[in-house]
Write a protein that binds this ligand. Structure first.
Ligand SMILES: NC(=O)c1ccc[n+]([C@@H]2O[C@H](COP(=O)([O-])OP(=O)(O)OC[C@H]3O[C@@H](n4cnc5c(N)ncnc54)[C@H](O)[C@@H]3O)[C@@H](O)[C@H]2O)c1
Length: 260
């Protein structure tokens, strides 16, 4: 399915990113891995801080041309400072993606790891739009202070980062259509990786309720094939979509909202 293809995968040193890289390689692809932590389980590795514009720009300069896809998987959990969460999960991702597009092959695919946490984007549009007016070089800390995200203990900046990512992906459904480049999201529910504990800590009783109705949390092995599919030529009619791989949780929430 991926023979002869090369993909850039961020967040490759742990969890979903590490398993996606392994799965892609197992299926014939070469992987250019990106993370702030080192790993030697990829074909080429770049140590990058995705919250830092200079570090991202140096990566873009170093990347080869003609790459078949970009999987933006790196992310910070809601327990981290709000401005860092937005920088890594949204603004750094956007800077890397926009910088990579000229280097991607025609018909390449971009896949953004969003989350079930982004489910409520339609109920938060003013804040989502305000977030999407900024870029990585703007005053993200000032934005967090003004939006009361810096002092919010409920992990709101994480939710906002994923809501804005889903909306940004949708808004760019056709941006590179002339070159056949597509961009979609994959939104997992709770996944058993090193940051699952951070989610449970921040969400408290709400997460406990979720875990009670779910038969099990997801695993990186549940998500890697979905990301690989979204990177592949088999997914080319998905444009700006949000693929919910969440054990049924988004449909459970929708069923409750609409009372069926
Ligand atoms: N685990 C879950 O329950 C869950 C649920 C929904 C969505 N997600 C999303 O899936 C993605 C992967 O998460 P995971 O669960 O595999 O977590 P993880 O912590 O196992 O992996 C995240 C990776 O991102 C890297 N990273 C973080 N900040 C970075 C930075 N500044 N520069 C470069 N790399 C950086 C980390 O070093 C790590 O290797 C994230 O975007 C996360 O928000 C996770």
């Amino acid at each position: 399915m991926h023979d002869g293809n090369t993909y850039i995968v961020t967040g490759v040193a742990s969890g979903i990113g590490a398993e996606t890289a392994r799965f892609l390689q197992e299926n014939g692809a070469k992987v250019i891995g990106v993370d702030r932590n080192e790993t030697d389980a990829v074909d080429q590795f770049h140590k990058v801080d995705l919250s830092d514009p200079a570090s991202i720009d140096a990566l873009i300069d170093a990347l080869p041309s003609g790459v078949d896809g970009l999987a933006n998987i790196a992310g910070l959990p809601p327990t981290m400072p709000s401005d860092m969460v937005l920088k890594v999960n949204l603004y750094g991702l956007q800077r890397l993606t926009l910088g990579c597009v000229p280097k991607l092959a025609d018909n390449a695919s971009i896949v953004n790891l969003a989350s079930l946490a982004g489910f409520g984007w339609a109920n938060a549009l003013p804040q989502v739009k305000a977030a999407l007016d900024l870029t990585l070089v703007d005053d993200i800390k000032g934005f967090c202070d003004a939006q009361a995200l810096s002092t919010d203990a409920s992990g709101r900046s994480y939710f906002l980062s994923k809501e804005a990512l889903i909306v940004w992906t949708m808004a760019n459904r056709w941006t590179w259509r002339d070159r056949g480049i597509t961009m979609n999201c994959v939104s997992p529910g709770p996944v058993d990786t090193p940051i699952l504990g951070d989610f449970l800590e921040t969400l408290g009783a709400r997460a406990e309720e979720d875990m009670k109705v779910m038969d099990r949390p997801g695993t990186p092995q549940d998500l890697a094939p979905v990301v690989a599919f979204a990177l592949s030529q088999h997914a080319k009619w998905f444009r700006g979509a949000n693929l919910t791989s969440d054990g049924g949780m988004s449909n459970h929430i929708l069923s409750n909202i609409h009372e069926f």
